[in-house]
Design a protein around this ligand. Structure first.
Ligand SMILES: [Zn+2]
Ligand SMILES: [Zn+2]
Ligand SMILES: [Zn+2]
Ligand SMILES: [Zn+2]
Length: 233
């Protein structure tokens, strides 16, 4: 039987340590905490590996190492202004009005050109097969480009946030948020745990309104200094 990461003793130990002094990343509560994997590194890897893989597909297809796939398209170049466009392949056109100079062209006189060239776009299964076949080459290029390695998801210190049961459920269900909270979420803001009215930046304990008076004064002073400095530029 395969042991799942969260069934291991190591996982349980780490989890206990994280939860002991932790609080919910969203609401700040300490009750019913969950360790939630964000898979940020995995997502970053996916994003960075894509262009590397695409480039390799181009090279392998040009070299003939994988079957060549062709695409065809009709294009027309305006003799008046030099603008050129691809035309949808289907459909017969008698005239074409140039989008740039608005001259109407008689396509029976100046027929569109049919171009046939390599298409480097592989469909899902073919793409997957390519990724598997050239895994070592992709990995070598990724390493050279500084793409982070697949993290060890047994290490709970990485790519995780703590969430209370309520927020965790909300997270897993895609978070139903009102427009105000949604905007705040997208801007990395959290609901102030003190007033539950205004929003706060993650590094501040509360929103501006809930800060002690002396801290508020400092923030205001900093802001006016900043404004003054900006005025000097
Ligand atoms: Zn034109
Ligand atoms: Zn929470
Ligand atoms: Zn809301
Ligand atoms: Zn507040």
């Amino acid at each position: 039987m395969v042991t799942k990461p969260w069934q291991t003793l190591e996982w349980k130990k780490q989890r206990a340590v994280l939860i002991k002094d932790g609080k919910c990343a969203w609401y700040g509560g300490k009750a019913h905490l969950h360790v939630h994997h964000t898979y940020r590194t995995r997502e970053t890897r996916k994003r960075l590996l894509k262009p590397i893989t695409r480039q390799l597909i181009v090279e392998k297809m040009q070299a003939g190492d994988i079957p060549r796939i062709y695409k065809e398209y009709l294009s027309i170049t305006c003799p008046h202004c030099g603008a050129s466009v691809h035309l949808p392949k289907r459909g017969k056109y008698a005239t074409w009005t140039c989008f740039r100079c608005q001259n109407a062209l008689d396509l029976t006189q100046t027929p569109p050109t049919l171009t046939r060239e390599l298409s480097f776009y592989l469909w899902r299964d073919a793409y997957q097969a390519f990724v598997e076949k050239y895994a070592p080459e992709i990995a070598a290029r990724a390493a050279a480009a500084g793409v982070p390695p697949e993290p060890d998801y047994l290490d709970l210190g990485k790519d995780t946030i703590l969430l209370c049961r309520r927020c965790h459920t909300a997270f897993n269900h895609g978070l139903v948020l009102c427009r105000r909270c949604h905007t705040a979420f997208n801007h990395g803001l959290m609901l102030c745990p003190r007033c539950r009215q205004h929003y706060k930046v993650p590094h501040r304990p509360t929103c501006f309104h809930c800060l002690p008076e002396n801290v508020k004064r400092k923030v205001r002073a900093l802001k006016s200094l900043n404004d003054a400095l900006e005025g000097l530029e």
